[in-house]
Design a binder for this molecule. Structure first.
Ligand SMILES: NCCC[C@H](NC(=O)CCC(=O)O)C(=O)O
Ligand SMILES: NC(=O)OP(=O)(O)O
Length: 312
């Protein structure tokens, strides 16, 4: 594998899950594979888990991680082709990516969407510019439309925690105070579509994800109906896709409660707003898998880096 920018880069998810579980059992088994190799982590946005777990994964493989907060710390990067750079951007991605490629053997990038310009976000301008102008492999650490390291993590976590051959998994929208990206929900959907699970999505009217992502996955506008017999309830807020980037609903009737989830396991990528997205009683109970999920971020990243290193 060269780049990892989408769940589509996973050929056989069941094999990947098995390999990740093996890495988790013996995380230091390949600790010479990345010797004298550098991973550059570039953050255009905030992060806790991705920033630390991806470095941890690199260290487990013997790689040296170097990290930069691009926004604020680096020169403003220009992505436009042929732009007259007489504004706020000082460095073009053509030079930027070429230079970083001389320092790093793999480049990992986090760049969230604008949520105001659908076309620009769907073109994945930042991530795809790195793919185009870097001479080394590129890994997405959450881009405008996807969070494939998270989606892989979630698939591993469901596989570890299921007691059934084919569990029912529900992706539920929940309220939030800010307009949030579709990336996590998109990659989770794509990961579940590759797994042998009964997968449904529930969200209020006006909040359907892109039909290019949901494809033939059933969508319920009635949360209670969707939650019936659920084994896993994965919760995430996202802003409207049709009315792009808008918040259409703020009341808390879609918040996840202990009563609503019954015996199902609760999942969320974190960070999560307590008592807005989900009530304390869920997060503080044995039903919550959020800490186990965050742990698996290391092994998802380690698997991806290992596959790229083996192909360098
Ligand atoms: N990487 C995991 C989620 C990142 C981002 N969440 C956020 O921005 C939450 C911020 C807040 O709660 O203020 C998202 O939804 O894509
Ligand atoms: N889940 C996740 O990506 O967390 P961070 O935004 O903290 O990296």
């Amino acid at each position: 594998m060269k780049n990892y920018t989408s769940i589509k880069d996973i050929e056989h998810i069941d094999n990947w899950i098995q390999e990740a579980k093996e890495l988790k059992r013996k995380p230091l088994n390949n600790n010479l594979l990345g010797k004298n190799k550098t991973l550059g982590l570039l953050f255009f946005n905030s992060s806790l888990r991705t920033r630390l777990s991806t470095q941890k994964a690199a260290l487990n493989l013997g790689m040296d991680p170097i990290v930069m907060n691009v926004t604020g710390d680096a020169w403003g990067i220009e992505f436009g082709d042929g732009t007259v750079m007489n504004g706020t951007t000082a460095e073009h991605i053509k030079e930027g990516a070429a230079v970083i490629s001389q320092y790093c053997d793999i480049i990992a990038v986090r760049a969230f969407p604008t949520l105001t310009d659908k076309e620009k976000d769907e073109s994945e301008e930042v991530l795809e510019s790195f793919v185009k102008f870097a001479s080394v492999p590129v890994v997405s650490m959450e881009s405008a439309t996807g969070h494939p390291l998270q989606g892989l993590t979630d698939a591993i976590t469901i596989s570890e925690n299921t007691t059934k051959k084919k569990p029912k998994v529900v992706l539920s929208w929940a309220p939030h105070v800010k307009a949030l990206p579709h990336a996590v929900a998109n990659s989770f959907t794509q990961a579940m579509q590759k797994m042998d699970v009964e997968f449904v999505i529930t969200n209020p009217e006006g909040y359907n994800l892109s039909s290019e992502i949901t494809k033939d996955t059933p969508i319920y506008h009635n949360q209670e109906e969707a939650f019936k017999d659920a084994d896993f309830i994965y919760t995430k807020n996202w802003s409207s896709y049709d009315d792009y980037g808008k918040i259409l609903k703020t009341d808390l009737d879609w918040m996840i409660t202990k009563e609503k989830i019954g015996d199902a396991k609760f999942m969320h990528c974190l960070p999560v707003r307590r008592n807005v997205v989900v009530e304390d009683a869920v997060l503080d109970s044995d039903s919550s898998l959020v800490i186990a999920q965050a742990n698996n971020r290391t092994y998802a990243a380690q698997l991806v880096l290992k596959k790229i290193l083996e192909n360098l």
